[in-house]
Design a protein. Structure first.
Lengths: 351, 317
């Protein structure tokens, strides 16, 4: 597989981020049915799935180099976006080992890992990195192992310690988030950090999800999709930077809606880490404009139907209230109301 | 991903530690690295005997940092379900056995100031990997091991590589005051116990009496999470099969043995994937998924862990 990276893209100011046709068709579209409600929509994270985004343990796509550069900018401005509590050092090494081994296995043309005992050499060709270090000795890396490896991966990551029949979010690298703050949430229990989510608590979703995750097994990772919408292809929609992006919601018009509004999908993956028994939570963010969604017939119609019936509580929680109707009006003429097959695959191989 | 045995292991060497204890050292059958295993992790082996198959779990006793091999110590039990006798008699160096990737139901705390371990007999095994991990981190610990008087030299030998100043081996015949050992622990100590149920019961009760909070008490029973029960028969309506569920296997295992592959994921009664409709008979619910009313209605069953209270149960499979 030949990876083509687009190093010059930006996710701020001039927003030069674009998806190629291939990137559109591999998008993990989140709606298998015409309506949406919360559920414990967890499935095994095995290679394969409805689009190419599900092929690898950690997906590396055409935006890889640009997203790593964006992460570096955010960390430069706000180093607190990466934080790991001191008792999570074993989980840090588990994470580094898992991501390095997965990258080297899934993308051998881009990454390689050579080991002689605990002397490891890591090569990341897209970013031009070659690093020798001693596995288990943090002093041999330029920064702590979790920060080191997640600076070289797309998407956010959190580390959950399991104790007292609960999961505590005791670490993370969070620079591409949908309006939540690691600094605010760090150390919280599972129900505490999901506190703001509407409706799902009453459905028992979090009780079941916690029970399930507590029993997550090493070697059997799982995944789910989550979604919201974002104005402009901005990865860093953090509470810390709300003044920079909050008002964007007021700028959507019928003329610019297709280019300016993005469906934001999180491919969430959960891995039991072997030595620490912690859980690594990957939150990989994909952005696709309403214009690009409309190029895939099935997705354009389905997004129209989902947004049309979306419960008010979810509209408010996801911040769609001001512009949902504008998106619905744009998509309505494209939807003939014909029945759509269930599932999230695009149903076409070219645009 | 339904829990298949995808880790073929070759027996590198074996050692009779005593007439009843046999150590196995496994390496990856393909010669590569083994998956990492944390302190307290276990290895589930699938053993294929003549006309018989066992899925037994054993604590991993090798160092968590080392991916070149995985070691276990197997006590030949009597009466045996058959698995331990099979390992003692029929599994020799060079043999390849199927394993499931290491799981961990007895992990160490990362916030403990000190680790206090109390084990009995073969219940020492998870603590051997704890001791390896502790050696790497330098954490504070204390181990108190109880065994039959005549086995003291055997356990002294097994523990000889570790800090003897913090390890005490107690002969089962001598009186011992657990209260004093518990009362003298520094704040922030976590207590772990593994061994016969009677010993663990005493240890945990003594700790509770001394006011230790549940969050600092950890225990692991033998026999895995889903011990068996009385045998029963599952009648699978859609496939027209009659499946005898033995006392030592789960309903799901018996259905898989009959050639079906029902949807399942966690195999621990939590995820809800294997939810199956009950048409007749009364389930013996052992899952964490079904809520009160759902469970009481007896119209559904989580086949990975639950069994039947009635001799027959009819399932929509």
């Amino acid at each position: 597989m030949n990876q083509r990276f687009k190093p010059a893209e930006t996710f701020r100011r001039d927003f030069t981020f674009r998806n190629s046709d291939e990137a559109v068709l591999r998008f993990p579209f989140p709606f298998p049915e015409d309506s949406y409600m919360y559920s414990v929509n967890i499935e095994p994270h095995t290679p394969g799935g409805p689009t190419a985004a599900f092929q690898a343990a950690f997906d590396v796509d055409e935006h890889y180099v640009a997203e790593c550069a964006e992460r570096a900018i955010v960390l430069e401005e706000d180093p607190g976006r990466c934080k790991v509590l001191p008792h999570m050092m074993a989980a840090q090494w588990d994470t580094l080992e898992l991501i390095m081994e997965s990258f080297a296995r899934d993308y051998p043309q881009d990454f390689s890992l050579t080991k002689e005992g605990t002397n490891w050499v890591w090569e990341n060709r897209p970013l031009g990195i070659k690093q020798s270090f001693v596995f288990g000795d943090a002093k041999t890396l330029p920064c702590e192992p979790f920060e080191y490896i997640t600076r070289q991966a797309q998407g956010d990551f959190t580390l959950q310690d399991q104790r007292e029949d609960n999961l505590f979010v005791d670490g993370g690298m969070v620079t591409t988030q949908a309006d939540w703050s690691l600094e605010f949430n760090i150390g919280m229990t599972f129900h505490e950090w999901h506190g703001p989510v509407p409706l799902a608590h009453q459905l028992g979703v979090f009780d079941r999800a916690l029970k399930f995750l507590m029993r997550l097994q090493y070697g059997q990772p799982v995944r789910r999709l989550n979604w919201t919408m974002t104005i402009n292809p901005r990865l860093d929609t953090s509470p810390e930077n709300y003044p920079l992006w909050g008002t964007d919601r007021t700028t959507v018009t019928p003329e610019n809606v297709a280019e300016k509004v993005f469906l934001r999908v999180e491919l969430q993956t959960l891995f039991r880490l072997p030595r620490s028994n912690a859980i690594l939570f990957g939150i990989r963010c994909y952005l696709l404009s309403v214009a690009d969604i409309a190029r895939v017939e099935k997705w354009g119609k389905r997004l129209h139907r989902v947004l049309l019936d979306l419960p008010t509580e979810l509209q408010d929680y996801k911040g769609l209230t001001r512009y949902r109707q504008t998106v619905v009006d744009y998509l309505a003429p494209l939807d003939d109301g014909a029945p759509l097959p269930s599932g999230i695959a695009p149903g076409q191989t070219a645009l | 991903m339904s829990g298949a045995d995808h880790l073929p292991l070759r027996v590198r060497e074996t050692e009779m530690i005593s007439p009843l204890l046999k150590r196995f050292v496994f390496e990856a059958a393909d010669g590569g690295e083994l998956p990492p295993a944390g302190a307290g992790a276990h290895l589930r082996l699938t053993l294929e005997g003549e006309g018989r198959r066992w899925k037994n779990a054993y604590s991993i006793v090798s160092a968590p940092a080392d991916r070149s091999h995985l070691s276990i110590i197997v006590r030949r039990v009597s009466p045996s379900r058959g698995g331990s006798a099979f390992l003692h008699e029929a599994v020799h160096p060079g043999a390849v056995v199927a394993a499931h990737e290491p799981g961990n139901l007895f992990p160490m705390s990362h916030i403990a100031r000190k680790h206090l371990m109390v084990s009995g007999g073969i219940g020492l095994t998870p603590f051997l990997s704890y001791l390896e991990a502790i050696e790497a981190t330098g954490a504070d610990f204390e181990l108190r091991h109880f065994c039959r008087d005549e086995e003291i030299p055997i356990f002294e030998r097994i523990l000889s590589g570790f800090d003897a100043g913090r390890i005490t081996i107690h002969p089962a015949s001598a009186p011992f005051d657990l209260s004093q050992a518990l009362a003298s622990q520094p704040l922030g100590t976590h207590l772990y116990t593994c061994g016969p149920e009677a010993l663990m019961g005493l240890v945990l009760a003594a700790a509770r009496d001394h006011g230790w909070p549940a969050s600092k008490l950890h225990s692991e029973s033998f026999g895995g999470a889903h011990a068996g029960g009385l045998p029963f028969t599952a009648i699978l309506k859609k496939s027209g099969l009659k499946v005898a569920v033995r006392d030592d296997q789960t309903l799901l295992e018996a259905i898989e043995e009959a050639g079906l592959e029902p949807d399942c994921l966690c195999r621990g009664g939590a995820c809800g994937v294997c939810l199956t409709s009950v048409l007749e008979g009364e389930p013996d619910h052992r899952d964490h998924f079904l809520e009160g009313a759902e469970s009481a209605s007896n119209r559904s069953i989580m086949i990975c862990v639950s069994r039947a209270k009635t001799q027959n149960i009819v399932l929509d499979l």
